[in-house]
Design a protein around this ligand. Structure first.
Ligand code: GLP
Length: 240
């Protein structure tokens, strides 16, 4: 595992944007995208490079990690909508080729399995961006998720619902269920790139990077991956 420690959140975004730019220039055509606040500095930097330097994402397809169950299509906090607003609308990435789990399907269990098959048949993902939850989750694989898990329906922990309540008008609006790529699914990407900044991520980063490989810290699965890069600022590195 490569650990890159920088002195600010913006610097972390620049390092990760460099990885994505290099991948696209080297012919990568399948990217894995993440939501949450951690990737936003990356997305701002990629949008700037597209606007000012002509960095192109033409011909690229992308798969999202996860999605809330129960939000209507187009809801501003659905991850499909968030990724459009934060990234896709600012690039020449074809919106029709940005895929996410279909959480409006009548059978979310079948939708999860279908999404897993779609990634397998159109992948592998060349570079997968990841954030990390305060409890060590990646995607929405909460603690005790099987390290081999596939895309499936999960119930959120109360901590994750509380952490994500800031995006909703009231905590009760945070959905209880999600569809998330499994840890096994995520690990099929060729290169995993995690970004985390701030003191509130320090314990989760220490557990992921130095703790035992364990389902109680889903992000520790990165220790098994042949090509994982963790980009953090000084504050997130403070317990290493
Ligand atoms: C959500 C997302 C994760 C993300 C995590 C951390 O739970 N499903 O993919 O990594 O939040 O979010 P933030 O970066 O806002 O702290």
């Amino acid at each position: 595992m490569e650990i890159v420690i920088v002195d600010s959140a913006d610097a972390a975004g620049t390092v990760v944007a460099d990885i994505f730019e290099h991948a696209v220039h080297s012919g990568s055509r399948t990217l894995g995208l993440a939501t949450g606040s951690s990737p936003l500095s990356v997305y701002r930097e990629l949008a700037r490079r597209h606007r000012e330097d002509g960095l192109s994402f033409a011909g690229v397809q992308a798969f999202l990690l996860d999605e809330y169950v129960g939000l209507p299509e187009g809801h501003p906090e659905s991850y499909a909508q968030v990724i459009r607003t934060e990234l896709v609308n600012h690039l020449d990435l074809d919106a029709a080729r940005v895929f996410s789990p279909d959480c409006t399907a009548p059978d979310p269990f079948a939708a999860a399995a279908a999404y897993d098959r779609a990634i397998a048949s159109n992948g592998p993902v060349d570079v997968q961006l990841l954030g990390i939850g305060g409890n060590g989750h990646i995607g929405f694989n909460e603690p005790t998720s099987s390290l081999n898990s596939r895309t499936r329906v999960k119930t959120l922990t109360e901590q994750t619902r509380t952490d994500n309540a800031r995006f909703f008008e009231s905590p009760d609006e945070v959905p209880r269920h999600v569809i998330t790529q499994g840890l096994g699914t995520i690990c099929e990407a060729n290169h995993l790139v995690m970004i985390a900044t701030g003191e509130h991520k320090a314990a989760a980063i220490a557990a992921a990077v130095e703790g035992p490989l364990a389902a109680v810290c889903p992000a520790s699965v990165l220790q098994l991956h042949p090509h994982a890069t963790v980009v953090i600022d000084d504050a997130a590195a403070s317990q290493l």
